[in-house]
Structure formats: structure tokens, C-alpha cells
Design a protein around this ligand. Structure first.
Ligand code: AMP
Ligand code: ZN
Length: 463
């Protein structure tokens, strides 16, 4: 089965040829653990979860190694710990736990253990498939030493910087040129930099930095730059040369550009990653959902309102992975309706049956640059067994139909009901009586009785 990806590095759709089809290797930039994941972060995690599942179907689960790191040392973490008035390690440990709780609710598989045996992916503290940056400081220091020795980095005022003009292909991934970087730089460039585009490999700690973010090095007691963390962790687990490197489109520059520069210069014979895959943004009213813009909703916010994890998962998969997806209530509403319909229709089968369709048109569709929306459209109109198998392949049906519907009844999903009531009020205003009646009926089926009041508002109660 031919797998096809859009490769950001070559800007082309390319047939995917693994370096070793008995060990297909993928690295994806994971979260910086300073706050609860928002839906934009979740989109990235869910997209690569489906990509991982697809690779396992094509090459066999035991032949795929998937590493997703945890960035637990970073300026943003130091700043957040300071604002909260808590130790850094307490913050990162708590957020790490939240991250895992939230992505598990979305049906995301744990990152890999390599089932082929001897090279089981464990980080220094024994954590499977999920290296923590703070457990790999010696690897980063060693890589920085190599870069200095190779003439690609220099020490300045306790910092170590990567010299961008020492690497002739700098800018290849993002399509940026060095002179544009000079022109685009802020007026005052930090005094320790030779070139405005030079980036930090190591920085000295500030006097008030919490001891849990201060590490020894030959240059200063301090911490690594963010980019070197991923270069060091990926080569440690996947080798100097591996197949796929993924992350959100915002990471293309400077993070991934800098990873490529560091890794290729520290390991001059290596190409680093062959295929670069980037997920598109989750947006709100056309703007990227982000912590800094304040336009974010966390996964936990929605779960607490009674929106089920699989509903969020389906909503996040409703656009192609590399296109933007605008978040709104309708998306959640439609995903809920679809899953209700699927849970009503599907009939569970054995896991053998599920794997028997690994070589079907459905999976073929996924291999074509991960065309999940097209695959989802094939989940309507088939047999109940096929529906189940396809759903399992995409990470759905993690509960029985009974559990699915019982959950809804018990927790009367207030937000969902109010959303429908508002739609009905709008329908009545525009004299769309058929739509208003349809919503009343739909709610009645869920045991919700509506009472219209003279002032135009609507009350509801359980039957
Ligand atoms: P961060 O914790 O901000 O480094 O982000 C973790 C991951 O989520 C990265 O791969 C980001 O590219 C991705 N990400 C952040 N915001 C969004 C968004 N609005 N849409 C899609 N992916 C995002
Ligand atoms: Zn990274």
C-alpha cells in the first residue's frame, strides 16, 4: 500500500519510503507543560494519533516507533511558575498529569513502545515513548559541545549561540532567507549575538530562577534553548536519521528550521528527518487559537460541560489535518449528532474483524496524505459491523452504546440543550416553524420538555 504525504521540506506530495520498514520512526513535538492543553494543542495531538494508527496498520504495530516529547524546561514555564508563586517542578508535574488525563479522554494512544524488543523506547526515568527534556540535559550538552567543535556555535556572555551563517541551507524548510531575517530583526539585537538570526542553545539562569530549572554546563549554570531539546531527544531515541517529524504549522519557523540546522551540523552525515508534516491551525473567527491571544478553550472546559471526549475528537478531525479548522458550537453539535447516530447504528465485532479491513479502501484513503474527512464520509451507509471497525480504526467507540447513551441521560447535557433551545428561538424569530418543531421533537426524544413563555424565552425540564 503506497503512503503519500505532503512534505513541507520539498513542498510536494511524495510517496513515503521508510528508511527501514521494520522500524518506521516518527517524532512529534509535544506540549510545553505550563498550562492545561487547549483545543489547538489537542488538534495536533489527535492528528498525529491518527497518523500513528495509520502507520501501524500499513507497517504492522510492532514496526512503528512514535516519540512525542514533553518540554518541561522552557522560559514560558519559568514565567508561569513565577506568576503562580509555585516551584517549577510542581507546575510541570501537575500540567504533565493534566495533559495525559485530557488526551486520554480524547482517545489518544500512548506514544510508543517499540514492540520489536530490544530498543524499547524509555526515557532516563523509565517513561515509555515520552521523553522529558529535563531527563536529557546531558544529551543536549553533548550536542552543543559538538556544534562548538564543528564551528557552528560560539560562547558569549555565558550563552551558547548557533551561528546561522555557518549552515548554508539555513531557511530551506520555511523558505526564509538570512538577509530577510536581518531586515526583520528588532532594532536592538541582544549584545551577545553576532548575527540577529543566531539562536540560543544554552542560556545562563537568572539569579532568582528556581533550582529545578537550573542545570550545570561548561558555559554557565542555566538551561537549554527549546530547539536543542528536540534535536537531542529525537536522535537519542530514533537515531541521527529518521522518517517523519511532525508538529503544528507554527513550529515550522523558527523551531523546526533550527532543529534541522543543529542536527545536520552536529551530525554532518545525517539528513535528520526525511518527511516534515505540519498540522494546520485550529482557529476562532479565523484567528489561531492560542494562549497569548486569550481566545482559547481548554479540553477540560468542554469535558466539564459534559461534552464527551469522542465528540471533541470527531470535531477536531472534521477538516483535513493541514487545513485550518474554525472552532464553533456547531462543530460540537454536529459531531455529537453524528456520534449519537453511529452509536445507535454500529454493532461491535471482534478485533480480528477490525484488522481484516486494514487493507480496505477506507485505510487506503487514510494513506493518501491522511485524508480523514474523506474516510469519515465512508462511515455512512455501510453495514453496522463495518461502521464499528472503521470507527475503531479512527479511535472511536471506546465505550458501549449503553454507556454512551446512559452517560447522556444521567448528566443531562445542559450546554447542549441550551444550544438547541437558542437555535429554536432563532428559528421561531425567522418564522422557520418546521425547524423549530424539529428541535422540539429532537429534545422530546431525549426526554426534555420545553415550555415557551409569553416573553419569548423558553424553559425546559426533564419529562
Ligand atoms: P505548545 O505547547 O504551544 O508548544 O504547542 C504544542 C503543540 O500544539 C505544537 O505542536 C503546536 O504547534 C500545536 N498548536 C498550538 N496551537 C495550535 C492551534 N491553534 N492549532 C493547531 N495546533 C496548535
Ligand atoms: Zn520540537
Amino acid at each position: 500500500m503506497n503512503v503519500l504525504f505532503y512534505n513541507t521540506l520539498t513542498r510536494k506530495h511524495e510517496v513515503f519510503t521508510p528508511i527501514d520498514d521494520k522500524n518506521v520512526r516518527m517524532y512529534v513535538c509535544g506540549p510545553t507543560v505550563y498550562d492545561r492543553p487547549h483545543l489547538g494543542n489537542a488538534r495536533s495531538v489527535v492528528v498525529y494519533d491518527v497518523l500513528y494508527r495509520m502507520l501501524m496498520m500499513v507497517y504492522g504495530p510492532q514496526h512503528v516507533t512514535y516519540v512525542r516529547n514533553i518540554t518541561d524546561v522552557d522560559d514560558k514555564i519559568n514565567a508561569a511558575a513565577k506568576t503562580n508563586g509555585e516551584p517549577i517542578s510542581a507546575l510541570t508535574k501537575r500540567v504533565d498529569g493534566w495533559f495525559h488525563e485530557d488526551i486520554a479522554a480524547l482517545g489518544v494512544l500512548p506514544a510508543t513502545k517499540n514492540l520489536t524488543g530490544k530498543e524499547t523506547v524509555k526515557d532516563a526515568k523509565g517513561i515509555m515513548g515520552e521523553p522529558h527534556a529535563t531527563h536529557h540535559i546531558p544529551h543536549m550538552v553533548a550536542m552543543i559541545e559538538k556544534l562548538i567543535a564543528n564551528g557552528n556555535a560560539y560562547v558569549s556572555q555565558g550563552h551558547v549561540l548557533f551561528a546561522v551563517n555557518s549552515y548554508k541551507d539555513y531557511g530551506q524548510l520555511s523558505g526564509r532567507k538570512l538577509d530577510e531575517l536581518v531586515a526583520g530583526a528588532r532594532v536592538e539585537v541582544e549584545s551577545y549575538k553576532k548575527h540577529p538570526g543566531d539562536f540560543v542553545l544554552w542560556k545562563p539562569a537568572d539569579a532568582e530562577d528556581d533550582a529545578s530549572s537550573v542545570f550545570p554546563s561548561p558555559w554557565s549554570a542555566g538551561r537549554p534553548g527549546w530547539h536543542i531539546e528536540c534535536s537531542a531527544m529525537s536522535s537519542n531515541y530514533l537515531g541521527d536519521h529518521f522518517d517523519i517529524h511532525g508538529g503544528g504549522a507554527d513550529l515550522m519557523f523558527p523551531h523546526h528550521e533550527n532543529e534541522i540546522a543543529q542536527s545536520r551540523c552536529a551530525m554532518p552525515d545525517s539528513k535528520f528527518a526525511n518527511y516534515w508534516v505540519h498540522n494546520g491551525f485550529l482557529t476562532v473567527g479565523g484567528e489561531k487559537m492560542s494562549k497569548s491571544l486569550g481566545n482559547f478553550t481548554t479540553v477540560r472546559d468542554l469535558l466539564d460541560k459534559g461534552v464527551k471526549g469522542e465528540v471533541i475528537r470527531l470535531a477536531l478531525l472534521s477538516a483535513k489535518y493541514n487545513e485550518p479548522l474554525d472552532w464553533n458550537e456547531n462543530l460540537v453539535h454536529n459531531a455529537k449528532q453524528t456520534l449519537d447516530h453511529w452509536y445507535r447504528t454500529m454493532i461491535p465485532t471482534s478485533e480480528e474483524y477490525v484488522s481484516s479491513i486494514w487493507n480496505s479502501v477506507f485505510v487506503h484513503t487514510l494513506t493518501k496524505d491522511l485524508n480523514v474527512p474523506s474516510a469519515i464520509s465512508q462511515m455512512f451507509g455501510g453495514s453496522p459491523h463495518d461502521l464499528y471497525a472503521k470507527g475503531r480504526i479512527l479511535g472511536f467507540f471506546n465505550m458501549t452504546a449503553d454507556e454512551w447513551f446512559k452517560g447522556t441521560d444521567n448528566s443531562v447535557n445542559k450546554q447542549h440543550i441550551e444550544f438547541l433551545i437558542n437555535n429554536r428561538i432563532a428559528a421561531k424569530k425567522s418564522k422557520n416553524w418546521a425547524e423549530a418543531d424539529k428541535i422540539r421533537k429532537e429534545l422530546a426524544e431525549q426526554g426534555i420538555i420545553l415550555e415557551d413563555r409569553p416573553d419569548g424565552t423558553t424553559d425546559w425540564r426533564k419529562a
